[in-house]
Design a binder for this molecule. Structure first.
Ligand SMILES: [Zn+2]
Length: 449
């Protein structure tokens, strides 16, 4: 196959640091962080020096212009791996000088555009990101597949930096969307979007907050069959969209503040992958300090799509190889569900769990929740097995996941300001002791109360 170069190139400064014609066809792309908000001219001058002993096929400068440094037909010296650079098109991107080596938004979007173009010109219809070195290096891409690899797998380096590394799932999703591959993939568990189409403007026109809350609960109940409790989704929607009144809801039918770029995730989504709405928004640090960011948010044709995209996110988002909101659909009651959501990193507001619960309680939004809040039988209960009590919802949820491997119906009980893990209630002490023993064997501390 004949090699070509990208039409996105607007500056060329060829580097002597290359091994001549590739010995392997292109089936990888390796994006790097250049560690500096550099222009294509200064990066080009640096790689033009033989003493630099390094290069890349392309550089994306801080202003998002693209430079050609080593033609795609040749092997660049970029990733500390001869094998990788024989197979890969390498791209150095302007980034911050320090961890996590963040990119400017324009540079990130240009990288996606350049990677899409490289796939197209090299006959690839799909790009793959496994976030796993062993799996990636053992993988033999099909003729129409491109694989993403990273420098840190080949040398003791942070490259491409945690900022980009955590977004490579998003990069793959966007490149695939542009290549037209993503739309043909639909997982079995992906819920259908309901046939109705309701705008946030119509919801706002309903009138009082209470009538809007009731309407939204019915809409969520009818729309979303994902298994997430309707009370939780409805209350999140009410809190995050101000009962569908916020600018973001009104202009984009985005009722959950879903950003266009969500780090590290490539779940299957009902969002079209391209419609966005940009606005300034308040965020909160873990300590409660408010700050502002300008961000691109997802735009939907109707509220139903917003509800479904949010559920797809909660069920599909990953943190490394783990489900970010593990155990969500098995939650016994809304407080446990929202605790799992908060612990997975969904919200920055430190009072998020309490805010959601108070909305649910104010409007009795748990009407459709099929699994009622766990009620402990009175009087007959004598022995409660408790496997930890935490102030931190994050820690409580992590512990709950471990405990459930031993006691599948363990649950969270919010009591005295703490999240307590209940691993069973028994009328006979011997039964409680048996569970405590099993937990201790698994290295989990437990007591009988
Ligand atoms: Zn690198």
């Amino acid at each position: 196959m004949g090699y070509t170069n990208s039409p996105l190139v607007s500056y060329t400064k060829l580097s002597p640091n290359n091994s001549g014609t590739r010995t392997h066809s292109i089936d990888r792309i390796t994006p790097h962080c250049i560690v500096g908000q550099m222009s294509v001219e200064s990066a080009g001058a640096w790689f033009a020096k033989a003493s630099t002993q390094a290069s890349a096929n392309y550089v994306i400068g801080a202003d998002a212009r693209v430079a050609l440094i080593v033609p795609e037909s040749q092997r660049s010296w970029c990733s500390s791996s001869r094998d990788n650079d024989q197979q890969a098109v390498t791209i150095e991107c302007a980034s911050d000088k320090t961890h996590p080596y963040a990119f400017k938004a324009e540079v990130y979007m240009r990288l996606i555009e350049l990677m899409t173009d490289i796939c197209r010109r090299n006959g690839k219809t799909k790009i793959l990101w496994f976030a796993d070195k062993a799996k990636s290096l053992a993988y033999k891409p099909a003729a129409d597949e491109m694989l993403i690899t990273v420098h840190r797998w080949f040398a003791n380096k942070a490259c491409p930096g945690d900022w980009l590394y955590s977004r490579l799932g998003d990069v793959a999703m966007k490149v695939n969307a542009a290549l037209g591959a993503a739309s043909s993939v639909k997982p079995e568990n992906m819920p259908e979007v309901r046939q109705t189409s309701t705008s946030a403007k119509q919801v706002l026109a309903i009138g009082s907050e209470e009538s809007r809350a009731r309407f939204l609960l019915d809409l969520v109940h009818d729309t979303d069959k994902s298994g997430i409790l309707p009370s939780v989704t409805t209350a999140q929607m009410i809190l995050e969209s101000g009962y569908c009144s916020t600018g973001l809801a009104q202009a984009a039918n985005n009722c959950f503040g879903m950003k266009a770029n969500l780090s590290g995730n490539s779940w299957e989504s009902v969002w079209d992958g391209k419609s966005t709405y940009t606005k300034r928004t308040a965020e909160q640090t873990a300590s409660g300090k408010v700050y502002y960011v300008t961000a691109a948010f997802r735009k939907y044709p109707d509220v139903e799509h917003s509800i479904m995209d949010h559920s797809c996110y909660l069920l599909g988002a990953k943190n490394g190889s783990r489900q970010r909101y593990e155990g969500l659909t098995a939650a016994k009651g809304y407080r446990e569900a929202i605790t799992i959501i908060k612990a997975g990193g969904y919200a920055t507001d430190v009072r998020y769990v309490d805010k959601i619960c108070s909305i649910i309680e104010r409007y009795h939004l748990d009407r459709y929740d099929s699994q009622p809040e766990v009620k402990e039988p009175e009087k007959t209960v004598t022995y409660i097995v408790q496997a930890g009590a935490f102030n931190s919802v994050q820690k409580a949820a992590e512990r709950l996941v471990k405990v459930r491997k031993i006691v599948p119906d363990a649950y969270l009980k919010y009591e005295g300001g703490m999240q307590k893990i209940r691993a069973g209630v028994f009328s006979e002490r011997a039964n409680a002791e048996r569970v405590v023993e099993q937990l201790q064997e698994a290295g989990i501390e437990a007591i009988i109360k």
